[in-house]
Design a protein around this ligand. Structure first.
Ligand code: FEO
Ligand code: CA
Ligand code: CA
Length: 679
């Protein structure tokens, strides 16, 4: 969410990003050649700028990357042929002409045959734990028959809760002097303090859902409410800490002397499905769930500061000691990990895989490399934080699922350094190597992993503009990195990989690993797109000239590569006052003459963010997640005031006065059948 758009009072219920300057205290800022970084290499190749002015700054590596991309694409044409949606803002969703977009799962929908009927005025923690959770984010699909795109398990993260939209009778609109201009008054939402029941409903609405779904004979998706593998995972589900940090003293608490048993997962943003069919949930903005003050001179103080812990957004610590750092000072070290769930056993204990590091994990999409090892790409979503990848030590065995189940406990975590000459170097975060020694407070690999950010600082990784989803593309050997925005980057902090100061609209970086080998420790990189309105020169957006007024976007967040290797990008932060459009799902050409062309395929209702895009392998279904609809409305002329439970800017998807708005997963299919993205 862009700063200008963030209604003040919502900051308390919104955990997308830490406010402030970012939490990276280092000077790992490549000052760079300002001229070089102001103009993308693509601009140069297109001849749109005076070549002589920047020729010396364009690396041979980067030139090769763009040329290869052009050669790979079809001559001239876009790989998407659908009729574009018109960008704009209203109360409902819109999909490209000729497609159906059907709501499949709403907050509160039953997941089991005995699930209580959803009643938002009489919700209980027990009912919520048997119903679809709140704020659906990542969406994945695990087939129940080999290769099926019509019957499988849908896995969905529930990132966080918005009290002002969920609970009746807790909001008052108050007028207060403007913090920036005391002569002005502004309206704010005041939310009544939470009691234990509300907290426990929130905890049950977090986590994830595993649910069987099936496409019926009419081509419509149905939820199988008595599916044997259906499951809710919540902020209270028992989990096991695994890998090099498991059992370390820094992970031990009053409740768990072993340092291996933890309850719950929180703020699960994006995620992944592994090649062996497990479900990955990434723990992102964990800082808001902790409150209290650490005991004086506590050894974890610097570690927590680097992550913004505790922020005290949620009141959970008032009722559950483990979320109060004055009572359980080590508990935050048990969050911020990648969680792996074996969905084929509904009673399996999810594993927190410490080998993949601890930070504000956006997601973990993976690919099997040439030699059979598996590579996971990981973003740390904070201003000026880093891009990572993890390479398993052992190889994936496609014929032995059991042999793959602990692949994530052993491997090498790397952090990215984007050099000015268009190379990227992946620097290993290995205890004892380089500065990662006892002299710097790292006594073991466990210490390196618990304080992954500080290890990255010492290796002089490149501070990025909020790394979100990262997705490898097996079709062209590339990797796409979403960098959503960073309005705090100053002119002197600009570098080649983060080429805009006050980067309000974000950009996308494309990486080509050396030799097409995803395990490589070096590669080439290039800015694929600088986002924002290309008709406003100062924005410096680089969408192709084929991109229409509907086709550009700001704030790339989640992404997906379909089975044909085409890139889909969903956004978080477009707004009536900011970009004159809601968030949505855009199709982006990456190859050929159409490279950099974007088209709007689906858009969300007012106030919502677009999450979870997934195109099934048969290309006949796209799933998208509409997160926090109605979260906002005061900057939209169609509503013009703050939105909350009793007075919502949209009651999507039910449009029933007795129902609040409900975050939902939507299934998109082509009328009469056919491939997503075609005409
Ligand atoms: Fe939860 Fe970084 O988006
Ligand atoms: Ca996200
Ligand atoms: Ca987001």
């Amino acid at each position: 969410m862009t700063e200008h758009q963030r209604p003040r009072a919502f900051a308390t219920s919104r955990l997308e990003e830490a406010d402030g300057e970012g939490l990276n205290p280092t000077a790992n800022r490549t000052m760079g050649e300002i001229i070089a970084s102001r103009f993308s290499r693509r601009d140069f190749l297109r001849g749109s700028l005076a070549a002589t002015a920047i020729a010396a700054t364009v690396s041979p590596a980067a030139l090769m990357l763009a040329d290869e991309a052009k050669a790979q694409g079809a001559a001239g044409g876009s790989r998407f042929a659908f009729k574009e949606v018109e960008a704009g803002v209203d109360q409902t969703h819109h999909v490209a002409e000729g497609y159906d977009a059907d709501v499949l799962l709403r907050w509160g929908d039953p997941l089991f045959s005995d699930s209580p009927k959803f009643d938002p005025t009489a919700q209980t923690p027990e009912a919520q734990a048997r119903q679809f959770g709140y704020n659906n984010d990542y969406v994945g699909f695990i087939p129940l028959e080999e290769g099926s795109s019509t019957h499988g398990l849908l896995v969905v993260n529930h990132e966080y809760t918005n009290e002002h939209l969920m609970f009746p009778g807790i909001v008052q609109v108050v007028e207060k002097p403007d913090e920036d201009d005391a002569t002005k008054m502004v309206k704010e939402l005041e939310i009544a303090p939470a009691d234990q029941k509300r907290v426990d409903i929130e905890m049950a609405a977090h986590g994830g859902t595993v649910v069987e779904i099936r496409k019926d004979e009419a081509g419509k998706w149905q939820v199988v409410t008595d599916g044997k593998l259906n499951r809710r995972i919540t902020a209270g589900t028992e989990m096991e800490l695994r890998g090099p940090a498991a059992g370390h003293d820094r992970l031990k608490t009053n409740a768990d002397a072993s340092g291996t048993k933890v309850f719950g997962t929180i703020n699960n943003c994006a995620g992944g499905v592994t090649p062996w069919g497990t479900y990955i949930m990434a723990e992102e903005n964990i800082h808001g769930y902790f409150m209290g003050e650490l005991p004086a001179d506590h050894p974890e103080a610097a570690n927590y500061k680097r992550l913004g812990i505790p922020e005290g957004t949620y009141a959970w610590g008032n009722f559950h000691d483990r979320f109060d750092v004055s009572k359980e000072p080590n508990e935050p070290n048990r969050f911020g990990w990648i969680v792996e769930v074996d969905v084929m056993d509904p009673n399996s204990v999810p594993k927190k895989r410490t080998a993949l590091g601890r930070f504000k994990h956006e997601g973990a999409e993976s690919i099997v490399a040439k030699d059979g090892r598996v590579v996971f790409y990981l973003g740390d979503d904070e201003r000026f934080d880093y891009v990572y990848k993890f390479v398993t030590a052992k190889t994936y065995d496609p014929n032995d699922r059991a042999a793959n189940m602990d692949l994530l406990d052993e491997g090498t975590l790397y952090v990215a350094k984007f050099e000015e000459d268009g190379t990227v170097n992946w620097l290993p975060l290995v205890h004892g190597e380089g500065p990662l020694t006892a002299a710097n407070g790292f006594n073991s690999q466990a210490d390196v992993l618990i304080e992954t950010r500080r290890a990255g600082d010492l290796l002089e990784a490149t501070p990025m503009d909020r790394p979100e989803d990262i997705e490898p593309n097996g079709s062209n050997g590339r990797v796409y990195v979403m960098l959503t925005n960073n309005t705090r980057r100053k002119d002197e902090q600009v570098d080649a990989a983060n080429p805009r100061a006050k980067n309000a609209f974000g950009h996308i970086i494309e990486i080509a690993e050396e030799g097409g080998d995803f395990t490589a420790t070096t590669g080439k990189w290039e800015v694929l797109l600088k986002c924002g309105d290309p008709s406003v020169a100062e924005v410096g957006a680089t969408f192709s000239t084929e991109t229409t007024k509907n086709g550009w976007f700001g704030m790339p967040d989640n992404c997906s590569v379909d089975a044909d290797g085409r890139l889909w990008v969903s956004t978080d932060g477009n707004s009536p006052s900011g970009t004159g459009r809601t968030d949505g799902l855009w199709a982006v050409d990456t190859d050929g003459e159409a490279r950099g062309t974007s088209k709007l395929f689906f858009r969300v209702p007012v106030g919502a963010e677009m999450c979870g895009p997934l195109i099934l392998d048969d290309m006949a279904t796209a799933f998208v997640a509409v997160q926090h609809p109605a979260d906002g409305g005061d900057d939209w002329e169609g509503f013009g005031r703050l939105s909350y439970y009793e007075d919502l800017s949209t009651r999507w998807p039910d449009f029933d006065d007795a129902m609040p708005t409900r975050p939902s997963v939507v299934a998109i299919t082509r009328q009469g059948g056919g491939r997503i993205g075609d005409a």
